[in-house]
Design a protein around this ligand. Sequence first.
Ligand SMILES: Nc1ncnc2c1ncn2[C@@H]1O[C@H](COP(=O)(O)OP(=O)(O)OP(=O)(O)O)[C@@H](O)[C@H]1O
Length: 376
Amino acid sequence: MLVQKVNVVGFRNISTVAIETDKNVNVFFGENGSGKTSLLESLFFLSRAKSFRTNKRGGLINIEGDYLAVAVSLEQESKLHKLGLDLDKTGKSRLKLNGDILNRLSEGSRLFPVQLITPESFDVFFGSPKARRSFLDFGLFHVEHEYQNLWSNFQKAQKQINVLLRANKGNTKELLFWYRGLIEAAKKVEFYRQRFVTELLQVELTELVDTLSNDSRTSLLESLTLNYKTKVFDGEVESDNDILRQIEKDIRYKQVGFGPSKADLQFVQNGTDMTSMLSRGQSKMLFYLLEVAIVKLVKRVANKNMLLLVDDLPSEVDEVTRDTMLRLLMQSGAQIFVTGIERKIAKEFMKHTNSVNVFHVEHGTIKPENMEQLCP
Ligand SMILES: Nc1ncnc2c1ncn2[C@@H]1O[C@H](COP(=O)(O)OP(=O)(O)OP(=O)(O)O)[C@@H](O)[C@H]1O
């Protein structure tokens, strides 16, 4: 089990919520604007210290209140914890674990890994590579202890250089020094990402695809290969000339032109990038497969439980595809919080498990439903 209790105060239209949750599936249903997404957003905020809907954190605080607070009682690595995060109108935020204040807001994520699926998630295949890189980095952050440090070393070096390039400052000797550090840092990040894709994610994904029934809807996903494509530094690190050539190029474009920030995750079948061939339904299925693969491998490699937030199960997919998606969610082993307009989605999950809690969301309040209400 991951989350046992959830308490939310003053988050968007939610004034006060205190609920006990099921270890498997928790269904939150209610009409448009009732507060379903806000509940999921509050849990995402606790895990990542940011929202998935806005960069303006102040807008998360209830319009009539001065602060918000989100807390969960959760089990992770066989221990019980109480994790909470608050935010006040001045922008001050505190993350607390078992009563102690933690220095870094990102520490919540390590103990409370949360992944999110929304109707917009599927754009990850069609939008900029940044979202695909973040997807990889989320997995790496949880399975490779040293990755976060390597990644922030790389980012620091790149930021420093980009400032110099943009301002057209920095003499050659200074830039050479920074570039040497950057190339080393980039190599390490690339090594971890490459290994994560080929040795972990690919294996998990292939296993999942093999469990799908052989049918025309999923044939495009058969023999799917993940390809981590990156722009490596093209030369010898030992050679000043090679680095200087790169610097000259980067000065023209005013930014570092190689390394992990230029990388992408590609989906290849028979040597061809298949993303442009995916139908909407197929892209939804592929996204579910990737999410479930990440959940499974974080459990297998790091022995961590994850919470999957599913905002609106995909509509506009046929019955078989929707059922396959539900099956995949159950197969993930994650705890699931799912929203929908009607209570009938609870029944869809009950075909796969008896372990379902149902909550009615109305004007920012959340009340558990009992069996009689669910099956009159
Ligand atoms: N800071 C805030 N203070 C008070 N209410 C807010 C705040 N921010 C948003 N709201 C309101 O909260 C309500 C809940 O929105 P939310 O997106 O959670 O609804 P939902 O149940 O997911 O709806 P839908 O089914 O349409 O996606 C909306 O009516 C919105 O206008």
